[in-house]
Ligand binder design. Structure first.
Ligand code: 5AD
Ligand code: SF4
Length: 452
């Protein structure tokens, strides 16, 4: 996409505003930042006030049922707004729209929606906006297949210090519970050149921390010609002058190579943190989930990482109540959490997703049991995370200061290389700088310290 494509659409939108609501993962956040970038390029302004908005976009998620329920609830509330302001343009996009028949169902249930599009054609939104005004009727356009990668979309980033840079789109893994491969398509890697140029341009604008994003970053470059490994890309990014910190997510345990572990250990800008979703501690359930590793492999991988990268932080995703999960399987998850000692865990209750193999499995778990196990898992996770935080007391850490502390204006807050949130007394001018801090106190989800 180049500036001309959008400037053809640009006309006088003085004092016209848009508001985007985003559900779901970093990928969706980034898509919303692109929608915002395109709308600002064609002359619209951002607003937080829905009464003032001329365009409202819902960027939806469908990874779990509760994400969808939130969208339905919020869409219902827009009816009144549209009645008050018939000129208001309402658009719905994102992963939820990529499901079979969903776009039509939304239009039937919420006929006041003006534009519906999917994850593969979000770059077309400014065109749809123009068309809806000319044609005066709803537009429903969803592409079922990805069509390469569109580069050059303007992007309005939320932070001016930390940037997410997508290195690949889609997923080829088809874990049996997951809808992502169906709504985000197959893996497509961006060209190394495009990624490095984007990062250099971010650095020139003052960005300090870059997070490389993909559903499975360890598969990066397998589809490129010539092929390039994720480890090589990491090294290239580490070599860019001005980048202070590099993070990446997500890593599928089956694809995390020794080469990547060695690069993390040897490159000073790559943070000491790996997000390594385990999903379950039971080999039997991992097989049913189609994860391509077992408990033993995962624990060996963790051992290797801890040996090669001292003080590494490990975080994970865990699902409880996957079909067929017995008390014994669930116990395997609890013991694995205790053995790995994660720094933090994202815990989820299994949610049936139409079209995925797990949805058809006959041995679904009762809701009451799922919730009861979920609560037990949270107790274990919180205990371990608090213990990990306590280990920091008395230690010196380097903090990238991100802003004024949320709960105390005399303090600033930032993160360690391991991703721990640290608050300490300090002035605004520290924002954007790496500061040495001695940790004096630990809470369940953050640390307190003193500048040294
Ligand atoms: N139910 C519950 N959790 C899910 N996840 C993905 N699909 C489902 C589902 N159907 C979780 C996984 C994944 C994270 C992003 O969301 O743990 O790693
Ligand atoms: Fe979903 Fe598995 Fe792909 Fe992750 S790796 S996006 S859990 S299918």
């Amino acid at each position: 996409m180049n500036e001309n494509t959008l400037s053809n659409i640009k006309n006088n939108k003085a004092d016209k505003h848009f508001l985007i609501y985003t559900w779901g993962c970093q990928m969706n956040e980034e898509d919303s930042e692109k929608l915002s970038g395109m709308l600002q390029t064609i002359g619209y302004n951002k607003t937080e006030d829905k009464e003032k908005a001329d365009i409202i976009i819902f960027n939806t998620c469908c990874v779990r049922e509760n994400a969808e329920l939130k969208v339905y609830g919020n869409l219902g509330m827009l009816k009144g707004l549209k009645e008050k302001n018939p000129e208001l343009v309402i658009a719905v996009c994102g992963c939820m729209m990529q499901q079979d028949g969903m776009g039509q169902a939304i239009l039937k249930r919420y006929p006041f929606v003006d534009i519906i599009f999917g994850t593969h054609n979000a770059h077309k939104f400014p065109e749809y906006l123009n068309r809806v005004k000319q044609e005066g009727r709803s537009i429903l356009e969803i592409w079922d297949k990805e069509e390469g990668i569109v580069e050059g979309i303007p992007i309005d980033r939320k932070s001016d210090m930390k940037a997410f840079v997508t290195i690949m789109y889609g997923c080829n893994n088809f874990c049996t519970y997951c809808i992502v491969p169906y709504v985000r398509g197959r893996e497509r890697s961006r060209d190394v050149k495009d990624i490095l140029e984007e990062i250099k341009s971010l650095v020139s604008k003052g960005y300090k921390e870059i997070t490389l994003l993909g559903q499975n970053v360890n598969s990066y470059g397998k589809d490129l010609n010539p092929k390039i490994s994720f480890a090589k890309l990491l090294k290239e990014v580490n070599g860019i002058e001005g980048v202070e910190r590099i993070r990446f997510m997500t890593s599928h345990p089956k694809d995390l190579t020794d080469e990547v572990i060695d690069v993390i250990a040897s490159c000073n800008k790559i943070c000491n943190h790996i997000h390594l979703p385990v999903q379950s501690g039971s080999s039997r359930i991992l097989k049913k989930m189609n994860r391509h590793y077992d408990r033993e492999y995962y624990l060996n991988l963790v051992k290797k990482i801890k040996t090669k990268i001292p003080n590494v932080a490990l975080t994970t995703d865990i699902i409880v109540g996957f079909p067929g999960e017995t008390e014994e399987d669930f116990n395997d998850t609890l013991t694995l959490v205790k053995e790995v000692e994660y720094d933090s865990c994202f815990t989820f209750i299994y949610s049936k997703r139409k079209g995925t193999p797990a949805d058809e499995m006959l041995d679904q778990i009762d809701d009451k049991i799922k919730h009861e196990r979920f609560n037990r898992l949270i107790d274990t996770v919180n205990c371990i995370c608090a213990k990990k935080n306590k280990e920091y007391v008395g230690k010196n850490v380097e903090v990238l200061v991100e802003g004024i502390s949320k709960n105390d204006e005399s303090k600033v807050s930032g993160r360690t290389t391991t991703g721990k949130l640290v608050n300490f007394i300090g002035d605004e001018y520290l924002i954007g700088h790496l500061v040495n801090v001695k940790i004096t106190k630990s809470q369940s989800f953050s640390l307190t310290g003193k500048q040294i």
